[in-house]
Design a protein around this ligand. Structure first.
Ligand code: XIL
Length: 324
C-alpha cells in the first residue's frame, strides 16, 4: 500500500519486546511498514526524572525499524497518563509550560529525522466534549488542563513545530469514531487552530472498537468530517474486540469470521472516504491477541488483533489484506 500499515510493538524491558523475538520481527517485517512504540516513547519512559532523558530503548527500536525500511510513528509527546510524577507535580504556569516545552523540544529533536510523524497531544477531551479536567475523575483528569487550561494543547503543537518544521503533528483520541460530541469538540479545536495558524497536520482515530459497534455508518461519517478539515486522517490504534462479557471461552470460527469482515469494512471505509493525499495510514494496536491491552482493560479473554497467541495469522489478517 502507498501509505503506512502499522503495528504497535512492545520494546525495552517488556518481556514481550519485539527485540526479544526473532519470530515477531520476521512477522512485522513481512506485514507492516510502520511501528508505533506501545509504551516506551511516552513521557514517563523518556524522561523518568527531571532533565534525565532515557533514549536507549527507543533508539534500539528505531534502529530495528530503520534497518528494515519500517517507519516509526511517535507516540506520544503530551498525555495525562504515563507521565512521570515529577512532571505531574509542576506547580506554576511557568514551570508546567517549561516542563512541557522542554520535553517536546528535546524528544522531537532527538528523534529527528528518524521520526517524522508524532502524536503531539493524546486524549484531551472527556466523552461529553468538554476539555478533560480534574472534575470528572472517573474518566481521568488532565494535570495539564488543570494547570494551564485549554491553551496547553496549542502550546504543545507550537513547541513541536518549533522543534522540527519537517514533522507531521497529530491530535489523537479514542471514541471519536462513535461519539459525535467528542468528535465535534476535536473538530472545533482543529478549526480554531486553523483560524489562528496554530500548527496541526493530522487527526488520529485510535479506533478501539467492537465487531458490532459502532455502526459502519457512524465510522464513515466521522471519517468524512475529519477529512473535511483538510488534515491527514490516521487510524492509529485499531483493535476489534469480539468477546464482551466473556460470552465465549474460545475463538470460534463464527467470531473470527465476523471480526474478519469488520476489519475489512473499516479499512474499506477508510480507503473510500480518505483521499490518498490525506491518508496517514492504519495501525493496529499490538501483534498477537494475548499481548493486547484489551485483555487487561476489560479483564476477560478476547482476541482483538490479527495474529493468534502462536503468531499464526487469523482470518482478521485476510480481512485487512482483502481491503488493501
Ligand atoms: C496502552 C498500552 O497498550 C498498555 O500497555 C499500557 O499499559 C497503557 O497504554 N490509548 C493510547 C495508548 O493512546 O497509549 C494506550 O496504550 C491504549 C489507549
Amino acid at each position: 500500500a502507498a501509505f503506512p500499515i502499522g503495528v504497535a510493538t512492545a520494546a525495552g524491558d517488556d518481556p514481550k519486546s519485539i527485540l526479544k523475538s526473532d519470530k515477531v520481527q520476521e512477522l512485522v517485517k513481512q506485514h507492516f511498514n510502520q511501528i508505533t512504540a506501545e509504551n516506551i516513547m511516552k513521557p514517563q519512559y523518556l524522561q523518568p526524572t527531571e532533565g534525565s532523558f532515557y533514549f536507549e530503548q527507543a533508539d534500539a527500536l528505531i534502529d530495528f525499524a530503520e534497518s528494515n525500511d519500517i517507519s516509526v510513528h511517535g507516540h506520544t509527546l503530551v498525555w495525562h497518563h504515563q507521565s512521570p510524577q515529577w512532571m505531574q507535580d509542576c506547580a506554576t504556569v511557568a514551570e508546567c509550560t517549561n516542563f512541557m516545552e522542554d520535553h517536546i523540544t528535546t524528544v522531537v529533536q532527538h528523534f529527528a529525522p528518524k521520526i517524522d510523524t508524532w502524536d503531539v497531544v493524546n486524549e484531551a477531551f472527556h466523552e461529553d466534549g468538554s476539555y478533560r479536567n480534574q472534575q470528572k475523575d472517573w474518566e481521568g483528569g488532565s494535570f495539564w488542563y488543570q494547570m494551564l487550561g485549554e491553551s496547553y494543547i496549542a502550546t504543545a503543537f507550537k513547541a513541536a513545530r518549533a522543534a522540527d518544521d519537517d514533522i507531521e503533528l497529530y491530535y489523537n483520541d479514542f471514541n471519536i469514531e462513535m461519539n459525535g460530541a467528542k468528535l465535534e469538540a476535536v473538530l472545533d479545536m482543529v478549526k480554531g487552530f486553523q483560524a489562528d495558524s496554530t500548527p496541526i497536520d493530522g487527526i488520529g482515530f485510535q479506533m478501539h472498537i467492537k465487531s458490532d459497534f459502532p455502526s459502519l455508518e457512524n465510522i464513515t461519517s466521522a471519517l468524512e468530517k475529519a477529512v473535511a478539515t483538510g488534515l491527514k486522517v490516521k487510524i492509529t490504534e485499531l483493535d476489534i474486540r469480539i468477546n464482551e462479557g466473556a460470552k465465549s471461552s474460545v475463538l470460534t470460527t463464527q467470531l473470527a469470521e465476523s471480526q474478519k469482515q469488520r476489519y475489512k469494512e473499516v479499512i474499506d471505509a477508510y480507503l473510500e472516504v480518505v483521499p490518498a493525499a490525506q491518508r496517514g495510514g492504519v495501525s493496529v494496536w499490538g501483534v498477537k491477541d494475548s499481548d493486547s491491552w484489551i485483555i487487561d482493560l476489560y479483564g476477560n479473554i478476547d482476541w482483538p488483533l490479527l495474529f493468534d497467541n502462536d503468531l499464526n495469522q487469523k482470518p482478521a489478517l485476510e480481512g485487512v489484506a482483502e481491503a488493501l
